[in-house]
Design a protein. Structure first.
Length: 412
């Protein structure tokens, strides 16, 4: 496999124009992923709230907003990004296990669609914010259904040992608390059991629990009219079997079809992951006794997923002659950590300094988790649309980074 272009734009041209490392996104792929999800779920007409954490670039959020999406946000910063990108406040869901009071206030003033509440103390805090502002805030309780999502341990959230959601055994207490809080309106239930799910069964188990809770809460007198089924739909990084969207829709119909609920979901990775690559250049070819190292100019600060989750990303040459013989390479970055590694024993055809390589499926949790570690430039991003391209985040270089630091008053 090799990758020469994104849409109709040669990667070599982008590398020349902007340098490397560089994130490159296909606008068509963003729209196509959104369209596929919307199409599969058409019978339910859900509110699709793009999970901004996957990639918070304003141009990407805006792309989905223009298609009708809302946003799932987890911080004041993400609320501001979503609003700045043109998302309707009335389509914003505020998730997260530790929302600051200030962020709650901002979200309440903006008039967001819903707060997903994850603990009893948070209920009291939100009620206080509502009282102060003279509002009744729409909330859903995020429950933890205690289901193993069968994904990487660091991105599993739906099992009872996880910090997320209200444990099944504490739901009664949470409902009792809600009854005494006049400034929150419990209108829904939310669930998100993990990310990069590749099997339907965990969803099936979680949805069954959730449907039971909707019935129970209604029987207990709560006017439950909304359901947020979270994100988590996996994408193909290597050879994963994928969730079939029509089967996913079938599950939704099976569990919730008769419950008359306004459905929302919070996909992140599914919408942006496949649309992005990280483009990089070979710096140094360093053959060794035990391993051959290919040192490229992208590093763990640009894409941390391999270092953090042992994640696989395909690494392909740009413009390699078809059928060229390959050797195996440890593809690593220049950062001073052994964990700064993109892949072991990757077959690449006779690489030479200056060659371009593309790290695939890097649109989600790539740029959004990037940093300036090792005082490296914060990685820029480009969007391609047909034969056009545009910078959508400029690089933040070292001069600007040095200016972030402030000398303590005693040394000025
Ligand atoms: N909703 C909630 C409440 C979440 O916590 C998340 C992701 C999503 C939605 C979106 O999930 P998605 O559709 O993208 O799977 N950095 C990790 C992934 C962390 C996911 C955190 N929560 C990675 O690179 O794999």
């Amino acid at each position: 496999m090799s990758a020469a272009n994104v849409e109709a734009v040669p990667l070599a041209r982008l590398a020349e124009a902007y340098g490397t490392p560089l994130y490159v996104y296909s606008r068509a792929a963003l729209r196509q992923a959104y369209g596929a999800l919307k199409e599969a779920l058409l019978p339910f007409d859900p509110l699709i709230c793009y999970a901004v954490k996957a990639n918070g670039n304003l141009s990407i959020i805006r792309e989905f907003a223009e298609l009708g999406a809302g946003a799932d946000v987890v911080s004041e910063g993400e609320i501001k990004r979503a609003l700045a990108a043109g998302v309707d406040a009335g389509k914003i869901i505020f998730s997260g296990v530790g929302k600051s009071r200030h962020a709650m206030e901002e979200a309440a003033v903006a008039g967001i669609y819903q707060f997903n509440v994850e603990s009893i103390p948070e209920l009291h805090l939100l009620n206080a914010v509502g009282r102060e502002q003279g509002r009744k805030l729409p909330i859903a309780l995020r429950v933890n259904p205690d289901v193993d999502p069968r994904t990487h341990a660091k991105i599993a959230t739906g099992h009872k040992e996880s910090k997320f959601g209200i444990e099944m055994t504490q739901i009664g207490l949470a409902l009792d608390a809600v009854r005494g809080l006049p400034h929150v309106d419990l209108c829904g239930l939310a669930v998100h059991i993990g990310s990069q799910l590749t099997e339907l069964e965990p969803f099936d188990l979680a949805f069954a629990t959730v449907a039971g809770l909707v019935r129970d809460w209604r029987a207990a007198g709560f006017d439950i009219r909304r359901l947020d089924i979270g994100g988590g739909i996996g994408i193909r990084y290597r050879d994963e079997s994928l969730i079939d969207l029509s089967a996913y829709a079938g599950l939704i119909g099976k569990h919730f079809g008769k419950l008359d609920l306004r459905l929302a979901l919070e996909p992140g990775r599914f919408l942006v992951g496949p649309a992005g690559i990280l483009l990089s250049r070979v710096m140094i070819v360093k053959p060794g006794v035990a391993k051959n190292f290919l040192i490229i100019d992208a590093a763990m600060n640009d894409l941390i997923r391999p270092a953090m989750y042992d994640a696989w990303h395909d690494i392909v040459p740009v413009n390699a002659p078809p059928g060229a013989a390959t050797e195996n390479w440890e593809v690593v970055g220049p950062v001073c950590e052994t964990g700064d590694l993109f892949g072991h024993d990757r077959p690449l055809p006779a690489p030479a300094p200056g060659d371009l390589v593309a790290i695939l499926s890097a649109g989600a949790y790539g740029a959004s988790m990037s940093s300036t570690y090792n005082a490296r430039t914060l990685v820029p991003e480009v969007m391609v649309d047909g034969d056009q391209f545009a910078l959508i985040r400029r690089p933040v270089g070292i001069e600007e980074q040095i200016a972030w630091d402030v000398a303590p008053v005693w040394s000025r």
